[in-house]
Design a protein around this ligand. Structure first.
Ligand code: TYM
Length: 331
């Protein structure tokens, strides 16, 4: 039994990338490990959400976690800001995190490019907050998508540095993990490498999208224009469509479209129609469960309170021990 931690930022509905990169592993891991899964609302403050939206977004992710099959009796399911111990560990880790290494982080460099008007200190120290989330439960495994790999590398650096500085063997080295597979990156419908809400809302299909919405988005997905030349490398958009089909359609369907691509007779319209129906088949059970959960406020309140209590028991023990290691002592 290993200790597992992971989180998702509450920026609205979960998309298929979140599901395959994270949720799918959460659901499998809850059966075998000691799991802590949380809604990363401190992290979402880097983009300054309006207070009225923040709570709604947290609720959305909580509902969607449960609709996907997370069982709050088996895992500790909590909201990050219900654990102020995380903020204390973040402060302590920041003392040994160097500005140079934080500035070199790929996601920080991307933010400088995409939001030059809001390069705040929270963005710079995003990796230390993420490290605090993970090592506060002394976790070894972190189910995440491929985009989080570098953050996990930094978490290992901070954990090891703490151990070395205080000459202890306190924090284990956590690893990015996907249940039974390599780390995953689900592509976007816009021809981009990654399905991402912040890059382009239309690149994403959400678990909550209606069948009509899914059909509309998939039919608009970027592919090639002009005649298909199977001898040429596939464009990113076409590659993405085939990759998505690999996740949602059965092997015969994929084979059929592979063959028609190779023979030059493929019609992307037909392929998209089929892909949309297969995605709808996949997402429908989740969507149906979400509706009932949204209405059940008392249950959601109970789940969040139970999660906060269990998570705080683990986090406060770590912070107490870390304080002792550092040398904070009562008079
Ligand atoms: P976030 O909220 O951007 O994404 C949540 C999870 O979804 C995965 N993901 C994807 N996986 C595959 N393909 C995609 N297109 C795709 N898009 C998103 C992400 O890899 C992630 O696993 N920093 C984290 C949240 C976080 C966290 C943590 C995670 C905060 N503290 C501690 C693990 C441990 C984030 O922004 O994820």
């Amino acid at each position: 039994m290993d200790i597992v931690v992971s989180g998702v930022r509450p920026t609205g509905n979960l998309h298929l990338g979140n599901y395959f990169g994270a949720l799918k592993s959460f659901i499998k891991m809850q059966e075998e490990h000691h799991c802590y899964f949380f809604i990363a609302d401190y992290h979402s403050l880097t983009t300054h959400p309006n207070p009225a939206d923040l709570h709604g977004n947290v609720k959305t992710v909580l509902v969607e976690f449960l609709a996907c099959g997370l069982d709050p009796e088996k895992v500790t399911l909590y909201v990050q800001s219900d654990l102020p111990e995380t903020a204390e560990l973040y402060l302590l880790l920041n003392m040994n995190a160097y500005v140079g290494e934080l500035e070199r982080c790929t996601s920080f460099k991307e933010k400088i490019r995409s939001q030059p008007q809001n390069v705040n200190a929270g963005l710079l120290t995003y990796p230390t907050l993420m490290a605090a989330d993970i090592i506060i439960h002394r976790a070894r495994m972190v189910p995440v998508g491929k985009d989080q790999e570098q953050h996990l590398e930094m978490t290992r650096t901070f954990a090891n540095r703490f151990n070395r500085l205080y000459n202890v063997d306190y924090f284990p080295e956590p690893v990015a993990f996907n249940f039974g597979e390599n780390l995953i990156k689900i592509p976007g419908l816009d021809g981009g490498l990654k399905m991402s809400k912040s890059d382009n809302e239309n690149s994403s299909i959400f678990l909550a999208d209606s069948p009509e919405m899914i059909r509309k988005k998939v039919m608009k997905a970027v592919t090639d224009t002009g005649a298909v030349d199977p001898a040429q490398p596939r464009s990113q958009g076409v590659k993405n469509l085939f990759d998505l089909m690999g996740y949602f359609s059965n092997a015969d369907t994929l084979e059929h479209f592979e063959n028609s691509y190779r023979s030059g007779s493929i019609r992307y319209g037909d392929m998209k129609k089929q892909l949309a129906e297969d995605i709808i088949l996949f997402t429908t059970p989740f969507r149906e469960k979400m509706e009932a959960l949204y209405a059940d406020e008392p249950y959601l309140r109970k789940v969040a309170a139970m999660g906060a209590e269990k998570a705080r028991a683990s986090a406060s023990k770590t912070v107490r021990e870390v304080r002792e290691i550092i040398g904070f002592k009562p008079f």
